[in-house]
Ligand binder design. Structure first.
Ligand code: CUA
Length: 437
């Protein structure tokens, strides 16, 4: 079933800049109230410039849930008011100083007892039908949906595209930044590699738990291109709060460009004697003389022999703007990785990531101790120059610029975006109801 344009009248259309009709004004006021009230925002942490926002009606999933909630909330209010009225009425009417005799009893009043049973049963059945109806609309996954596999691990995410085999071998994947198309159901299949995690990006739909040895599939969607914040929503260990990700929704054409470039991508070959070339050698082999382990044992880089699966996919690391599963962000429009702050943090991260992110399973490279399989071991040693060479190599792993999913994609929930976000709700291209085929 197709959910994407359900109740979509609520969020479509560009409000004219001047001379709004009363109806549009009301909608705008409602939207502002929603943002201020329902749309409570949570700071998503020390490093993040982006807030998690609720009540995003650009998602068909959220529209369906809101539609269902209107009835549930309305019924709750009616019941609350009714019960409160009955309570205060009774307490007032039968106050002891007014009534010394025992009040009339209705035990054995069949009519009243039947009403008291039947009315709640009808209410519960009505709510159950509403819920089942929404589930029947939201849960089915169409064959034509774009499919993304989600893997949660302590403390990062991998997003892979099972239908897109890379020309260089393996499946197209990205760590901690999920790219999805707009205006269609995107079927996510989630699992966990260790403990239970929770995928929660409320702008695109409902959350799901990532359970070890269990696959669960559900739909998310949004009508609006943008960068959205995602967080792990299940307490999963020391860096639960540092297990973030970005959802980048792109309009179909840009999404296709990304996917085609990702499919054709091969990691660039470093020029001889460059920092990148020295970094590549360490990345692939480590430095056995000092016990420094190879990055390639745990990370995949498409188009190289590096095919490790114990850590996030690094194929497009240089295109990403987050580090340490969103613990740090480099959202500047240009030269994100070239800024002194980014260089310094990346250096510290490579040098001893367990010291800058609790529970990180990466080895240390400054000879300090870290936990491996529950045991304390001593890390190998790379010099500061060698660490910078590795940093230079992974920074060079970039998608072609036309496939850079960050370019001009509005960031929702960041202080910069807050000002002009409503204008960007306007649709910028025609819907593609036929899916991505
Ligand atoms: Cu993973 Cu909390």
């Amino acid at each position: 079933m197709n959910t994407k344009h359900r109740h979509s009248g609520q969020s479509q259309g560009t409000p004219p800049p001047h001379g709004r009709t009363p109806h549009q004004k009301l909608r705008r006021t409602l939207r502002t109230a929603l943002a201020a009230g329902l749309g409570v925002t949570l700071l998503s942490g020390c490093g993040s410039e982006q807030l998690i926002t609720f009540g995003d009606m650009a998602s068909g999933y959220n529209r369906e849930v809101a539609f269902m909630s209107i009835f549930a909330i309305a019924l709750s209010i009616i019941i609350f008011v009714g019960v409160s009225y009955a309570l205060f009425f009774t307490v007032n009417k039968f106050r002891e100083e007014k009534n010394t005799a025992e009040p009339a009893q209705f035990h054995g009043n069949n009519r009243l007892e039947i009403i008291l049973v039947v009315v709640p049963v009808i209410i519960v059945m009505f709510l159950a039908i509403l819920t089942v109806r929404s589930m029947a609309i939201l849960n089915p996954v169409a064959d034509t949906s774009t499919k993304i596999d989600v893997l949660g691990r302590q403390f990062w995410w991998n997003f892979s595209y099972p239908e897109t085999k890379a020309d260089a071998g393996g499946t197209v994947a990205n760590g901690n930044e999920m790219i999805m198309p707009t205006r269609q159901d995107v079927a996510l299949t989630i699992t966990s590699g260790d403990v239970i995690h929770g995928f929660w990006a409320p702008n695109v739909g409902g959350q799901r738990a990532a359970m070890p040895a269990t696959l669960k599939t559900w739909n998310v969607d949004t009508d609006r291109a943008g960068v959205y914040q995602g967080n792990c929503s299940q307490l999963c260990g020391g860096s639960h709060a540092n297990m973030r990700y970005k959802v980048v929704a792109l309009d179909q054409e840009r999404y296709n460009t990304f996917l085609a470039a990702a499919k054709a991508y091969r990691a660039p070959e470093p020029a001889a004697d460059s920092a990148e070339a020295r970094g590549y050698a360490i990345f692939m082999q480590g430095k056995p003389a000092t016990g420094a382990l190879a990055c390639a044992a745990c990370h995949r880089v498409q188009g190289t022999p590096a095919a490790g699966a114990a850590g996030p996919d690094l194929s497009f690391f240089g295109t990403r703007r987050t580090l340490g599963a969103g613990m740090w962000e480099f959202m500047e429009a240009e030269n994100q990785w070239e800024t002194p702050r980014a260089k310094e943090i990346l250096h510290e991260w490579l040098k001893h990531s367990p010291q800058v992110k609790p529970g990180s399973l990466m080895p240390t490279y400054d000879g300090s101790e870290y936990l491996a399989g529950g045991k304390k071991v001593k890390g190998g040693v790379l010099t500061d120059e060698e660490l910078d060479d590795v940093a230079a190599y992974i920074r060079s792993l970039k998608l072609p610029e036309e496939a850079n999913y960050w370019n001009d994609t509005p960031v929702y929930g960041s202080p910069d975006a807050a000002q002009n976000a409503p204008a960007k709700i306007a649709k910028t291209s025609s819907p593609t109801p036929g899916g991505n085929q």
